[in-house]
Design a protein around this ligand. Structure first.
Ligand SMILES: NC(=O)c1ccc[n+]([C@@H]2O[C@H](COP(=O)([O-])OP(=O)(O)OC[C@H]3O[C@@H](n4cnc5c(N)ncnc54)[C@H](OP(=O)(O)O)[C@@H]3O)[C@@H](O)[C@H]2O)c1
Length: 319
């Protein structure tokens, strides 16, 4: 596996990582197969795809617990990333969420994550969302104190703006920004990604497969489980989904022309956008993991990149 650096540090990780969210949350929770998920994590580590991403809110907590079980005996192989700052909202449902970036919450959260992950330290601790009710300076100072205490090695933000990043960077280096990036979500290419390049931060591209859509595996909403969060996502509503098929058809056509799968083209495109980018595709299946990791060796020609860039991004908002 090709490697890329984490932020400005000497730490390198596999150019493609593994997102674990779907293993316990969000994309259907019936018939989950923990043994297969653990095989996926172990195989990713074996292949050098060692950036393993989870969060306390996934489940909540069950995702970190699963990752903790998978990493028993494998801790040294992994670059372990988790997140805090999203909590269950007043609605009480699985997807009713609220934000808490207070120093007290951050300090309590890291203890919970270390315990569930069964580790002495977290390699990358990320604020999942900037809390509008807590100045970023307060959240970031709390995160920086965890680095000094040795509980976490690097700190990052998720869904942050250039303003947040600049304010955080003035206090402690921002190792990474995690935000959505794919052929159907190109929002950050003109501001946050250049900021990362200029300031030595990594950009962790989440949902790089367009939440699975860009692989061509989702034709209609009926392909999603009854409790799948995507059923509520604007891009997966029948009318938008139908219009978005035009994008996936083009990706399929380009992929077949170069002997790759649509998912591999989607991942190679993300990788090609900047050397600061680390895509973290999620999968629960071993065969898909192998397919996705092979994208690290797929180099798209300037002509292919230009053709992909011309495609219309998604119909429908991200959330
Ligand atoms: N910071 C944030 O706010 C945030 C938000 C969302 C996600 N994330 C992180 O980013 C990671 C990845 O994002 P994501 O899971 O939302 O989206 P994604 O990686 O774009 O897509 C995942 C979906 O694609 C399917 N899939 C994966 N490989 C495939 C293949 N080769 N062929 C067909 N289908 C395939 C998966 O199904 P199977 O699992 O059944 O294979 C899953 O439904 C998450 O695990 C999480 O760590 C972060």
């Amino acid at each position: 596996m090709k490697t890329r650096r984490i932020g400005n540090s000497s730490q390198t990780v596999g150019a493609i990582g593994l997102g674990c969210m779907g293993m316990t949350w969000a994309y259907g929770t019936q018939n989950l197969d923990e043994a297969e998920h653990i095989r996926v994590i172990h195989r990713a580590l074996e292949r050098g795809a060692n950036l393993i991403d989870t969060a306390d809110v996934y489940g909540p907590y069950t995702n970190e617990e699963l990752v903790g079980r998978a990493l028993r005996g494998h801790r040294d192989q992994a670059f372990l990333a988790t997140k805090c700052g999203i909590v269950r909202g007043p609605g009480g449902g699985a997807f009713s969420l609220a934000l808490n970036g207070s120093p007290a919450h951050i300090r309590a959260s890291v203890e919970g994550s270390l315990k569930r992950l069964q580790v002495e330290h977290i390699d990358l601790y990320q604020l999942h969302r900037v809390d509008p009710n807590t100045p970023i300076e307060e959240s970031w100072t709390a995160l920086a104190s965890l680095v000094k205490e040795g509980k976490v090695r690097h700190i990052g933000l998720s869904e942050a703006t250039v303003d947040h990043l600049t304010r955080a960077q003035a206090i402690h280096p921002v190792a990474s920004v995690q935000s959505e990036l794919s052929l159907w979500t190109r929002d950050w290419l003109d501001d946050v990604i250049p900021w990362c390049e200029q300031n030595g931060a990594s950009f962790l591209a989440y949902s790089p497969l367009g939440r699975g859509f860009l692989t061509g595996a989702i034709a209609t909403v009926d392909d999603l489980a009854e409790d799948d969060w995507r059923r509520n996502n604007p891009r997966f509503q029948a009318e938008s989904l139908a219009q978005n098929q035009a994008l996936v058809s083009e990706v399929k056509r380009i992929a077949s022309g170069i002997g790759a799968t649509p998912g591999q083209v989607a991942l190679a495109w993300v990788l090609a956008m900047s050397p600061a980018i680390l895509p973290i595709p999620g999968t629960r299946k071993l065969s898909r993991l192998e397919e996705n990791l092979a994208a690290a060796d797929l180099t798209l020609t300037p002509e292919t990149l230009a053709a992909l860039r011309k495609l219309r991004p998604a119909v429908g908002t991200r959330y």
